[in-house]
Design a protein around this ligand. Structure first.
Ligand code: GLA
Ligand code: ZN
Length: 671
C-alpha cells in the first residue's frame, strides 16, 4: 500500500519541481500521475510534435525516484484540431454539436479522432514505453464523464446501423425483435434506423422518454461498446511498445454514479482498474457506506486490487466549494480505500492551480505551495503505510457474499423505472448497507460470473437475464448455493421486452413462486411482517403465491393483507429466497442478519453505528481495519486479542477511536 499525487509539472515553473519532489519524498509519496490533458503541448500544430518537455519531466522523476503513471491525453483535443476537423465533436442529446472549451467533447466514433489519437499514442508509447520512470499507463481521463458516453451525431448513427446489421442480419429480424409494429415504426432498411435522441415527443416526455425501449437499450450497449473500443485501441498500441500495465480512471463515485459504460467489459481491456473518489464537494456529500460500496465495485471489476487514481485532498468544487475535509478525514478516506482493496491511493491534486477552471479545486497544498495541515496529515499516512508494509503484503477482503450487478438491467431500469423513486443503483446499495454495518465484505458479480465460491448471492431487481445467465444462477443453487431474488427480476428478455411467462418469468421455477399481481407503491406504502420483523414498503409489492416455496413474511395491509411477500424455496442442494417488496432500513438489516445466521456467516465484531470494520487478508495475516466515520469518539468491542499495527499495543476487550480515527489490528489469538 502506498500513496501518490496527481501532478501537473507543466502548471509550474521548473525551478519549483525540485521543492515539490522533496516535499513529496518527505511525505512518502511514491508515484505521480501526469499528462492527461497535455495534448496541445505534445502537438502544438497538426504536423508538429514536441516531446522535449516530457523528456525532461520523466528524467526528473527518474532522478528523484518517484515513479510515474503516464496518461494518453485524448480527453482534451487541441484547438487547431477542433477548428480544422469539427467532425471530431460530439452532438448532444438535442442534436447540437459541442464546442471547444472544456473537455471530453469528442465523439468516440469519429474516425478522424481515432486517427489523431492513434498517431499521438503511438508516438508517446514508442518514446516512453520503456522509460525507467514510467510504471503504468492511464488511458484518457474519466471515460464517459459528464454524460459523454452517448453521442447523438451522424457518425454515431452510421456506426450504430453497422452494429445493428451485424447483430440482427436482416431488418425483418430487427423489426420483429424491436416490436416496431407498435406506433408504425417499421423500418425498411438499416439505413433508416434512427438514434434515439431527444426531440420525438415533448408533451409528457423528456429527453428520449417514449422512444422504443429495445432501440434505446441497443443504443446504450452500442455507446458503451464504442467507448470500450476507443480505450482498447489505445491500450493495444501501448502494449506494443511497453510492458507496463494499463489502466483508466473509472467514475463510480457515489455522487456521480452511472457513466453508461459497462465497467465489467471495460475492465477486460485494462490490466488494473482505478477510480476517482470525491466525497464532499460542490455536487454533494457521499455517505461512508456508499463510498465503501464504490470501493467494493472497483475491487470486483477485475477481482484484484485496484487504485484510487484521484482521491480528494482538499475543499473542492468548480464555481463553489464543498467543506474543507475535517482533520482526520483525508487519513480516514485513505484507509477506507486500502481496507476495501486499494493498493495505491493517489491524491488529486498536489497543489491548487491558480488559473483555469479548477482554481477552487484544492489539492494537498493551497495555491501558495506551502506545507499545511493537509500536507502533515498525508505525510502521516505516508509514514504509516511504510510501517504497515513491513508487516503486510497486498491486503484484500475475502468476501463470502456477492451482489449481482447487471449493466443491461441497470440501463433497462433507467429506460423504464417501473415506479417513481425506483433507482437500480440505490436499490443495490440497500442490500450492501446491512453487510457494511455488520463488517462483512461484499463483492459485485455479473450474472454470468462463476459464483460458486460465495455463501450468499443477492440478485436485486435483476430484470434481464440471458438463458446462460439463468442457467448459471440455477447451477449455483443446485450445487448448494443460497440466492435471494426480488421483485422485478427475470421479467424482461434480452431485447428489453416483457416476457410472456407469469412473473417472475425466468425465475419462477427457481423461486418456486407465482406472482398473482403486483402493486406499484405510487404515493402510498404498505406494511408487512415476517422474519424481518415489521416493515414498510414504499416502492413495490408483489402478491406472491408460493408454488413449491414456503412463506416467511406476509403483507399486513391493503387488499392483499395476509398474502406472501417473502418466501423460501429448496432447489437442488440450495436455497432461494424471493422478496416481493422493498423493505425499510431496519427490516432490511434484520433480514440480512437472518440470512447470515441461517447460512453460516458471522459478523466480524459488533456493529457500531458509523464505524466501518473490514477484515482483509494478504495470504499470511488477517488485518482488521476499524474506521470511525463519526464526528465523536467510538469505543469498539473486540472479541479477540489483537495487536495494533500502528502502535504495537495489545488491544483486547475494546479499542477506542477518536473522531475520524482508524485502527489497523492484527489478529493475535482468541480469548
Ligand atoms: C475529475 C477529473 C480531474 C479534475 C477533478 C476535479 O475527477 O478527472 O481532472 O477535473 O475531477 O474536477
Ligand atoms: Zn458521435
Amino acid at each position: 500500500m502506498r500513496i501518490g499525487v496527481d501532478y501537473y509539472p507543466e502548471h509550474w515553473e521548473k525551478e519549483r519541481w525540485k521543492t515539490d519532489a522533496e516535499l513529496m519524498a518527505k511525505a512518502n509519496i511514491k508515484v505521480v500521475r501526469i499528462g492527461e490533458f497535455a495534448w496541445s503541448l505534445y502537438q502544438p500544430e497538426e504536423n508538429r510534435f514536441c516531446f522535449e518537455w516530457m523528456d525532461e519531466i520523466l528524467d526528473f522523476f527518474r532522478d528523484h525516484q518517484i515513479s510515474v503513471v503516464l496518461c494518453t491525453p485524448s480527453a482534451t483535443p487541441p484547438k487547431w484540431m477542433t477548428d480544422k476537423y469539427p467532425d471530431i465533436f460530439q452532438d448532444d442529446i438535442h442534436g447540437n454539436p459541442k464546442i471547444f472549451g472544456t473537455r471530453k467533447h469528442y465523439c468516440f466514433n469519429s474516425k478522424t479522432y481515432h486517427a489523431f489519437t492513434r498517431e499521438l499514442v503511438t508516438k508517446i508509447a514508442e518514446r516512453y514505453g520503456r522509460h525507467p520512470a514510467v510504471e503504468a499507463w492511464q488511458i484518457d481521463n474519466e471515460l464517459g464523464w459528464a454524460n459523454t458516453t452517448r453521442c447523438y451525431c451522424e457518425k454515431c448513427r452510421a456506426e450504430f446501423q453497422q452494429w445493428l446489421k451485424k447483430k440482427y442480419g436482416t431488418i425483418e429480424e430487427l423489426n420483429r425483435r424491436y416490436g416496431t409494429v407498435f406506433w408504425s415504426q417499421i423500418y425498411n432498411s438499416f439505413e433508416e434506423v434512427i438514434i434515439p435522441r431527444a426531440g420525438a415527443c415533448y408533451d409528457t416526455c423528456h429527453d428520449t422518454q417514449g422512444q422504443n425501449p429495445a432501440l434505446l437499450l441497443d443504443y446504450y450497449r452500442f455507446s458503451s461498446d464504442s467507448v470500450i473500443r476507443f480505450a482498447k485501441e489505445s491500450a493495444e498500441i501501448i502494449r506494443r511498445y511497453s510492458d507496463r500495465p494499463v489502466t483508466s480512471n473509472l467514475l463510480d463515485a457515489a455522487v456521480n454514479s452511472g457513466t453508461g459504460i459497462d465497467y465489467f467489459k471495460l475492465s477486460e481491456q485494462l490490466d488494473f482498474v482505478s477510480w476517482d473518489n470525491y466525497i464532499e464537494f460542490q455536487w454533494g456529500i457521499a455517505q461512508a457506506a456508499t463510498v465503501s460500496r464504490d470501493h467494493a465495485l472497483l475491487r470486483s471489476y477485475k477481482k484484484q486490487p485496484f487504485w484510487v487514481m484521484e482521491q480528494q485532498s482538499g475543499p473542492c468544487g468548480w464555481s463553489k466549494m464543498g467543506p474543507a475535509p475535517t482533520p482526520g478525514k483525508l487519513r480516514l478516506w485513505t484507509y477506507q480505500a486500502v481496507a476495501n482493496g486499494a493498493d495505491t491511493v493517489v491524491y488529486f491534486r498536489w497543489r491548487a492551480c491558480p488559473f483555469g477552471t479548477e482554481q477552487y479545486w484544492h489539492g494537498i497544498l493551497d495555491h501558495d505551495g506551502k506545507p499545511n495541515r493537509r500536507y502533515e496529515e498525508i505525510a502521516q499516512v505516508g509514514s504509516e503505510m511504510e510501517r504497515l508494509n513491513r508487516v503486510f503484503g497486498t491486503l484484500k477482503p475475502q468476501a463470502k457474499i456477492a451482489i449481482v450487478k447487471s449493466f443491461d438491467s441497470e440501463w433497462s431500469h433507467s429506460i423504464h423505472k417501473h415506479v417513481e423513486n425506483f433507482q437500480y443503483d440505490s436499490f443495490l446499495l440497500d442490500f450492501y448497507r446491512p453487510f457494511y454495518q455488520m463488517g462483512l465484505s461484499v463483492d459485485f458479480v455479473t450474472p454470468h460470473d462463476d459464483i460458486s465460491s460465495y455463501a450468499l448471492v443477492l440478485a436485486p431487481a435483476l430484470l434481464i437475464v440471458t438463458e446462460e445467465e439463468k442457467e448459471n444462477l440455477e447451477r449455483y443453487v443446485r450445487g448448494g448455493g443460497t440466492l435471494l431474488l426480488t421483485f422485478r427480476s427475470g421479467i424482461r428478455d434480452e431485447d428489453n421486452n416483457m416476457r410472456k411467462e407469469t412473473v417472475p418469468g425466468a425465475f419462477s421455477e427457481l423461486a418456486g413462486v407465482r406472482v398473482k399481481e403486483y402493486d406499484p407503491q405510487f404515493q402510498k406504502e404498505t406494511g408487512s411482517s415476517g422474519v424481518f420483523g415489521k416493515a414498510q414498503s414504499k416502492l413495490w409489492c408483489d402478491v406472491v403465491e408460493p408454488v413449491s416455496a414456503e412463506t416467511l413474511g406476509v403483507y399486513t395491509q391493503d387488499y392483499y393483507s395476509g398474502e406472501s411477500c417473502l418466501t423460501v424455496n429448496a432447489f437442488g442442494k440450495g436455497t432461494v429466497y424471493y422478496l416481493g417488496c422493498d423493505l425499510d432500513g431496519d427490516a432490511m438489516n434484520r433480514l440480512m442478519k437472518y440470512l447470515c445466521t441461517r447460512h453460516g456467516l458471522s459478523p466480524v465484531t459488533y456493529p457500531i453505528e458509523g464505524v466501518e470494520q473490514v477484515e482483509a487478508q494478504d495470504g499470511e495475516h488477517t488485518a482488521l481495519f476499524v474506521m470511525n466515520h463519526n464526528p465523536y469518539p467510538a469505543v469498539v468491542p473486540l472479541d479477540r486479542i489483537y495487536e495494533n499495527a500502528l502502535t504495537n499495543d495489545e488491544e483486547k476487550d475494546t479499542v477506542t477511536l477518536k473522531p475520524y480515527d482508524v485502527a489497523v489490528l492484527i489478529w493475535k489469538k482468541s480469548f
